[in-house]
Design a protein around this ligand. Structure first.
Ligand SMILES: NC(=O)C1=CN([C@@H]2O[C@H](COP(=O)(O)OP(=O)(O)OC[C@H]3O[C@@H](n4cnc5c(N)ncnc54)[C@H](O)[C@@H]3O)[C@@H](O)[C@H]2O)[C@H](O)CC1
Ligand SMILES: [K+]
Length: 490
């Protein structure tokens, strides 16, 4: 599991070390790791380190200090280093002295003095940064064409929420120190590749965790010697209708693809679902469906009285229930249907459905927003997005950074719900099932976009991708599960 910590927890963890260690030790530890990553970037991008040019953007705090010390370490490897000081009077004194002693240059920041660097280190602000870049820093950053290595966090991006509301750095790499911060999972397009430098922090339980793909692969339910079609979990799907059968096909099909358990479908789209997936056991209504271990309700189900009555009947069971799409719209009108429900309940809203449930959109602090809904309604909540967040009623948050936006296509949510419902019926807790399903879903979307080339299997070299569809994602679910299980085995 990769753990993420809010800035104030990182600062609190730094404090005893700062007090115990000689002045500047922690910063030099961080800067040495930063210089090592920067040198590796130079080598991989330009074929050499010595003789290359690096420009430092230096703010007024310790983030700038990290950059200055890293500049001094790079100087010792023959790199030409120029520091642009955004606030010369307040630049980190010891770092500036170290850079100059190593033969580096330091000048007041000016867009005309960026030079032609091979790499830029963004040491404008780190965990004390709030809001967008200020004008002087923004004027310089917008002129930079070289790849940027962000020091700790990309400046101008909120380190705790990943929110961007003005000029901000877009980094190719972010080198963070001591602990991952939420921004590293919530703003992946701003952070680029994230590298962690250990500086010896002792940390409390994290605010958010990301399950590694191999961990998801290791817990994915597969049939054992004593299993039969019932013992692996039976999931019931209430989705789609005779008029709009598509969501029923995608949701039931995804449940079929995700595990070996049995899938029951209940609804008027039964003939169309069966035509596509004959292994589904279909009934024309919820009342006529057989026994299941978990229900999925909502995708394409409509919001009329009959749909509302079925939602009430499903939630009146003592089974785990996943409510998605139209089911969430109905729930926003009758929250009491889940409040106080004792059986596990998982809601899977996108930002708009979240606003319908709570009366406000989840931005800018999506982690706090999803945690609050889960705690207030005593449910599990999966908030969809490039970085999908999953909160349980006790405040634990999983994050799944999709690595791309290929799943942003009509019907992909129906596929996700079917996958998660199958995992819930196999006995997984709703938040773990949601985290596992979200990871497999984003893996399937990436495979579908790349025509089946598995990046992980091919060592991650870039393969070109193209827009894809929910049906194509559904078709890649088995390959995605194989990829995750393969990582667990390797
Ligand atoms: N303490 C240590 O030994 C280590 C610290 N690490 C690094 O320190 C930074 C955090 O440094 P801090 O001095 O607290 O603040 P910043 O450098 O992040 O910010 C400086 C200063 O910038 C101003 N500011 C705030 N927002 C903006 C903005 N949007 N634009 C411009 N300027 C802004 C504000 O006045 C801040 O005080 C941490 O990130 C690490 O890089 C090492 O990691 C470990 C050792
Ligand atoms: K920074």
């Amino acid at each position: 599991m990769r753990s993420y910590y809010p800035c104030e927890q990182v600062r609190a963890a730094e404090a005893p070390l700062l007090a115990a260690l000689p002045e500047g030790t922690l910063m030099r530890r961080a800067a040495f790791g930063l210089a090592r990553v920067a040198a590796a970037e130079l080598r991989s991008r330009t074929g050499a380190v010595a003789g290359r040019r690096v420009t430092l953007l230096v703010g007024s705090g310790d983030n700038g200090g990290d950059a200055l010390w890293a500049g001094a370490f790079l100087r010792r490897r023959g790199v030409a280093v120029t520091a642009l000081l955004l606030d010369p009077q307040r630049a980190h004194r010891a770092g500036l002295a170290a850079l100059r002693a190593a033969g580096g240059r330091a000048v007041p920041a000016d867009p005309d003095r960026i030079g032609d660097p091979d790499l830029v280190l963004d040491g404008v602000v780190g965990i004390s940064g709030r809001g967008p870049l200020r004008p002087a820093a923004a004027a310089v950053v917008e002129q930079i064409t070289a790849p940027i290595v962000a020091v700790d966090t990309p400046s101008g991006v909120d380190p705790d929420t990943g929110a961007v509301d003005g000029p901000a750095v877009t980094a190719a790499v972010t080198v963070t120190f001591g602990a991952y911060k939420p921004v590293h999972a919530l703003a992946p397009t701003r952070c680029g590749r994230v590298e962690l430098v250990d500086i010896g922090l002792e940390l409390p339980p994290p605010c958010m965790v990301a399950a590694e793909p191999a961990e998801i692969g290791a817990i994915w339910p597969v049939p054992g010697a004593d299993d039969d079609k019932y013992s692996q979990g039976v999931v019931g799907i209430v989705a789609g209708s005779a008029r709009f059968p598509g969501a029923g096909v995608l949701c039931a099909g995804a449940a079929v693809a995700a595990t070996s358990g049995m899938v029951r479908y209940a609804g008027s789209a039964a003939p169309v679902v069966l035509a596509r997936f004959p292994e589904v056991v279909a009934a024309p209504s919820f009342a006529e469906a057989g026994r299941v271990q978990a229900w999925v309700i909502g995708p394409g189900g409509g919001t009329d009285h009959q749909a509302a009555d079925t939602l009430r009947d499903v939630l009146a069971t003592d089974l785990p229930v996943l409510v998605d799409a139209d089911g969430l719209t109905l729930l926003s009108r009758q929250p009491d249907l889940v409040r106080g429900r004792r059986a596990p309940t998982l809601l899977t809203p996108h930002a708009g459905e979240f606003a319908r449930l709570t009366g406000r959109r989840p931005e800018p602090d999506r982690v706090a927003a999803v945690r609050a809904l889960a705690a207030d309604w005593r449910v599990h909540v999966l908030l969809k997005g490039r970085s999908t967040l999953i909160a349980n009623p006790d405040g634990h948050v999983f994050v799944n950074e999709a690595g791309g936006s290929w799943a942003a296509t009509a019907g992909a949510g129906d596929v996700l719900s079917g996958m998660i419902g199958a995992l819930m019926s196999a006995g997984m807790a709703p938040d773990l099932a949601a985290a596992a399903g979200a990871r497999a879903h984003s893996t399937a979307a990436d495979l579908a976009a790349r025509g089946g080339h598995d990046l992980a299997a091919r060592g991650g070299e870039p393969g070109w991708a193209a827009p894809t569809s929910a049906s194509a994602i559904l078709d890649r679910v088995p390959a995605a599960v194989r990829s995750l299980r393969g990582m667990a085995e390797s």
